[in-house]
Design a protein around this ligand. Structure first.
Ligand code: SF4
Length: 236
C-alpha cells in the first residue's frame, strides 16, 4: 500500500528532531557542485527505490547523533574556509526539522544548496526561504507523473503534485531553484512532456538530468519494484 509522505515526515520528525537539534550521520567535503561542504542528515519522508542512502533512510532510529545548528554551522564553515565551494545538506530530506534547517542556513558562510524532494515546502515555508539571498533550491523530482512517482517512491501518487506545487511556489516567491530528475528510469517522451510543463511554470526550469547510479544495492531494489533502466541511446 502506498504511504502518506506527510505522515511519514511527522513520524520521522519525532525520531530525528529534538528541539533545535537534528540527527546527522556524517560530515564530509565532496566534489559535487565543484566542491561542497556536506552534512548527511538522517531521515526522509520518501523511500525511493534508487536511494543511495537507503540504509540510513530506512533506519532513522539506528543511525546518527544529534547536532545543534551551531555545531553543524561550525563544521561546515570550517570546511568552507579550508576548501571553498558551497554548503549543502544531503542523505535525507533537509526540510524535516525545518527550524533547524533555517538556523543552519542563517550561519553558513557562502552559498547554500538546498537539495529537497519539495513535498514539505508549503507556501509559508517557501516565503521563509525567500528571505535568504544566498540559497539555491534543487528540487529532485521522483517521477514524470503520479503513477511513476508512486512506483519510485512508494508514496501515494498524488504527492507528485506537491513536488510541482513546490516549484510553482519557489517561482512565485522568486527563490532561485531548479528541477532535477534521475532520467533513465523514464521514457524520453514522458520527460519531454514534463519539461514542457515545467517551462510553462518558469522559463528557468530546465531539467537537470542525472543518470542512475547503482549505489547501495539500488539496481536490485529497482528490479524488485518492477522498474527498469532505459538505454542511454534512447535519449539521443
Ligand atoms: S528523497 Fe532522496 S533521501 Fe529520500 S528516499 Fe528519495 S533519494 Fe533517498
Amino acid at each position: 500500500m502506498p504511504f502518506d509522505p506527510i505522515e511519514l515526515a511527522r513520524i520521522t520528525e519525532e525520531i530525528v528532531c529534538d528541539g533545535e537539534k537534528r540527527k546527522y550521520y556524517r560530515f564530509r567535503y565532496t566534489g559535487f557542485y565543484g566542491g561542497s561542504a556536506t552534512a548527511d542528515v538522517v531521515g526522509c519522508n520518501l523511500r525511493c527505490v534508487y536511494c543511495w542512502s537507503w540504509k540510513y533512510v530506512s533506519n532513522p532510529e539506528k543511525y546518527g547523533r544529534f547536532y545543534s545548528p551551531r555545531e553543524v554551522v561550525n563544521i561546515l564553515n570550517h570546511m568552507l574556509r579550508k576548501h571553498g565551494g558551497i554548503a549543502r545538506l544531503t542523505g535525507g530530506e533537509p526540510t524535516i526539522c525545518f527550524r533547524h534547517l533555517l538556523e543552519v542556513m542563517d550561519g553558513v558562510e557562502g552559498e547554500f544548496v538546498l537539495e529537497t524532494n519539495g513535498i514539505l515546502l508549503d507556501e509559508e515555508k517557501v516565503r521563509e526561504l525567500s528571505n535568504y539571498d544566498h540559497i539555491f533550491v534543487r528540487v529532485s523530482l521522483k517521477g514524470v507523473d503520479r503513477e511513476s512517482f508512486e512506483r519510485v517512491t512508494g508514496a501515494k501518487g498524488e504527492y507528485f503534485d506537491k513536488q510541482i506545487e513546490a516549484l510553482k511556489l519557489l517561482a512565485k516567491y522568486g527563490v532561485p531553484a531548479r528541477p532535477a530528475i534521475l532520467f533513465n528510469l523514464f521514457p524520453k517522451e514522458k520527460l519531454v512532456e514534463l519539461q514542457r510543463m515545467l517551462l510553462r511554470i518558469s522559463p528557468r526550469y530546465v531539467l537537470e538530468l542525472e543518470p542512475f547510479s547503482n549505489y547501495g544495492g539500488a539496481l536490485e531494489r529497482l528490479r524488485r519494484a518492477g522498474l527498469h533502466l532505459h538505454s542511454l541511446e534512447e535519449y539521443l
